[in-house]
Unconditional design. Structure first.
Length: 352
């Protein structure tokens, strides 16, 4: 992974910058690029321990097909490319920190404090937090907490981790079906468990899963997971119960429950913003919220015609940056330039 400097400053210091960005997913990272072209310095705060947001947390190896100019890219690869693109701008990162409190200072700037005690001050705050913090729904299985991180996983970060293992996947949505198909070639044995013979996933994924079952390459059980068996977090097997309540034990040493995610907006909900169904309404000229100086880009915002796509967030970041410049540099003239023809911009990017 491209090296990034996390938590560069001591928490007992107040950090002054041009823009504070909450969220280091793809849209937050691209915002660094657009702001950097205008010589605006950024600090990013993210509750995760690394950049990439949902792309690296939920589907780092899952292919994405709708990024302009890139026919296919994984979530991790997209994050790497964005980090490389913004490297010239020396953004500073505060990982594993939650934006905890926000206040308006007498001089008009915003002061953001994190749960780690980091204090950031800037005239512009950009919220690029997706839908908030995504927390997997834990299945109601006694003692499952003791297996988490060792035998029970709510996301696949490295597929090789499951090579040669007896994998049990539970769920009926896209994540369950996608990882059933992706892990089938490398698992020693893979079983998909769902409480009914119906799915909420893409039909082509369901069709392919059924093909693999008919070919004997994976198993599908209409059942529910009732208990886990093993010691010290090492899974050895599970108890399954069918629709007729009959129970049986099956060997498994890796369990991936995909029961959906709970979105928690967290302290952002207490920032005094005008929220609509946990989303931040913005205008489509600046992508500014109803609170001057606070912008929202990506999945966290809402407006007429909104499409929750990464490419939409990139567009929003570009227009946001133009508006942010006018706030951060009120006495300077904004000169629009193209990276293809501006030697000044090419010098900033290190390609002149």
């Amino acid at each position: 992974m491209t090296d990034v400097s996390a938590n560069p400053a001591a928490n007992d210091a107040i950090i002054d910058t041009d823009v504070v960005i909450i969220g280091a997913g793809p849209v937050g990272l691209f915002a660094v690029f657009e702001l950097g072209l205008l010589d605006l310095k950024c600090h990013l705060v993210d509750i995760l321990d690394r950049p990439g947001g949902q792309c690296t947390e939920l589907y780092p190896e899952k292919p994405i097909y709708d990024i302009p100019g890139i026919p296919i890219v994984t979530g991790q690869e997209l994050t790497e490319r964005l980090l490389e693109q913004i490297k010239p701008f020396n953004a500073q990162y505060h990982f594993s920190e939650m934006a905890n409190a926000l206040e308006k200072l007498p001089d008009g700037r915003w002061q953001l404090t994190t749960d780690a005690g980091t204090v950031l001050r800037a005239p512009v705050l950009v919220i690029a937090a997706g839908g908030g913090s995504f927390v997997p729904k834990r299945p109601p299985i006694p003692g499952i907490e003791g297996y988490e991180g060792k035998s029970v996983f709510y996301a696949v970060r490295k597929m090789e981790q499951f090579r040669g293992r007896d994998v049990l996947i539970a769920g009926g949505g896209d994540s369950a079906l996608d990882w059933t198909l992706n892990l089938a070639p490398i698992a020693k044995r893979l079983t998909l468990v769902h409480h009914r013979d119906g799915f909420r996933a893409a039909q082509h994924s369901v069709n392919r899963m059924r093909e693999l079952v008919s070919e004997g390459k994976i198993e599908f059980q209409i059942a529910s997971v009732k208990a886990l068996h093993g010691e010290d977090g090492t899974l050895e097997g599970v108890t399954l119960a069918g629709a007729d309540k009959k129970e049986w034990r099956q060997e498994a040493n890796a369990f991936l429950p995909f029961f959906g995610l709970t979105i928690k907006l967290g302290p952002i909900a207490d920032f005094g913003l005008n929220l609509h169904e946990n989303l931040i309404p913005v205008d489509t000229a600046r992508f500014e919220s109803s609170t001057p100086g606070i912008f929202a880009i990506g999945d966290i915002n809402t407006y007429a015609g909104k499409l929750k796509l990464i490419l939409s967030g990139f567009h929003e970041a570009a227009l946001m940056a133009q508006a942010a410049f006018r706030i951060c540099r009120p006495n300077e003239k904004l000169r629009f330039q193209y990276t293809t023809s501006s030697s000044a911009l090419q010098k900033k990017l290190g390609v002149a």
